[in-house]
Design a protein around this ligand. Structure first.
Ligand SMILES: [Zn+2]
Length: 256
C-alpha cells in the first residue's frame, strides 16, 4: 500500500501566518510550495488561510496548468484542468483558481515557495490612481535586501488563466532584465504575491512589502516619495553582507 504523504508542516505554518487579518481575511489569498516529481502543494479552493488544516491543501501536477497558460484557452477549461492536475487523494477538494499564477512562478528556477495575500496597506496603493508611481523604485535599503532591486507590477487581469498568463509574462520579462527572479509582485486592483526560496522568505517578503506600503503611502501624503538612486540600489544589491543578512532572515524559524 502506498504511504500517504501530507503537505509540508511549514506550508500550514506559513498559511496561518499569512491569514493574519491585516494580510488576508475570509478565503482570500493562498500559499504554495514545490513538491516532488513536478508537483506542488496549494491551498484548496474556498479554504481560509488563518485556520488551514492538512486536509485543506491539495497536491497538483504543475505541467498541465502551465500548458493551459500556453494554449489559447480561456477560463472554461481551468476548473477541469485543476481537477485533472490533482494528484488523487480520494477527496473532492480542488486547488484554488489562483493556482495558475502559482504554477507560473513555481516553474522559475529559484522560486519554490509562493504566498499570495490581499493586505489592506498594499491594496490602498494597488487600488489607487497612482499604482505605478507609488510602487516604483526603492525608498530604503531593506527593500532592496528583502524585496529585490525592483518590484514587478501586473496590470489588472481576472483570476484564472488571464492572471496566470500576465504573471508569467511579467516574471519572464523581469528575469530577462534583472537576471534574478521577482520577489515582490503587485497585482493592480487585487493584491500581492511573494515569491521566494522558503516559507520564512515568503513571510519576510510579505511583511516587508506591507511595511513598505505604509511608508510609501505616508511619504506620498507628506509631499512625495524620495527614491534611492540607481547607483545606491545597485551597491546595496551587490554588497557581500546582503546575502548573509537575507540568509539569516530566511533561516530563522517561522515561529517566533
Ligand atoms: Zn487574490
Amino acid at each position: 500500500m502506498k504511504k500517504h504523504v501530507g503537505p509540508p508542516a511549514q506550508l500550514i505554518e506559513l498559511s496561518r501566518a499569512l491569514g493574519d487579518p491585516d494580510l488576508a481575511i475570509l478565503s482570500e489569498g493562498n500559499a504554495s510550495c514545490r513538491g516532488e516529481d513536478g508537483t506542488f502543494w496549494i491551498k484548496a479552493s474556498g479554504a481560509s488561510l488563518a485556520t488551514l488544516s492538512d486536509r485543506e491543501v491539495v497536491r497538483v501536477r504543475g505541467e498541465p496548468i502551465t500548458r493551459l497558460l500556453d494554449e489559447r484557452s480561456s477560463d472554461d477549461g481551468v476548473a477541469e484542468c485543476l481537477r485533472e492536475a490533482k494528484v488523487d487523494d480520494g477527496r473532492a477538494t480542488r486547488a484554488s483558481i489562483e493556482a495558475t499564477m502559482h504554477a507560473a512562478l513555481l516553474e522559475l528556477d529559484g522560486v519554490s515557495w509562493v504566498g499570495h495575500t490581499h493586505p489592506a496597506a498594499i491594496n490602498a496603493i494597488t487600488c489607487s490612481l497612482r499604482f505605478g508611481e507609488l510602487l516604483a523604485g526603492r525608498v530604503f535599503p531593506e527593500e532592496v535586501v528583502v524585496l529585490g532591486p525592483a518590484s514587478l507590477l501586473i496590470e489588472y487581469a481576472d483570476p484564472g488563466v488571464a492572471l496566470g498568463r500576465a504573471v508569467r509574462d511579467g516574471a519572464r520579462a523581469y528575469v530577462e532584465r534583472y537576471h534574478q527572479t521577482p520577489r515582490a509582485i503587485y497585482l493592480k486592483n487585487h493584491g500581492f504575491i511573494a515569491a521566494g526560496s522558503g516559507a520564512r522568505d515568503v513571510l519576510n517578503i510579505t511583511l516587508m512589502a506591507v511595511k513598505s506600503a505604509k511608508v510609501r503611502s505616508a511619504a506620498a501624503a507628506l509631499g512625495g516619495l524620495s527614491f534611492m538612486s540607481d547607483a545606491d540600489v545597485r551597491r546595496m544589491g551587490a554588497r557581500a553582507d546582503v546575502d548573509y543578512r537575507k540568509k539569516l532572515m530566511v533561516e530563522r524559524e517561522l515561529s517566533k
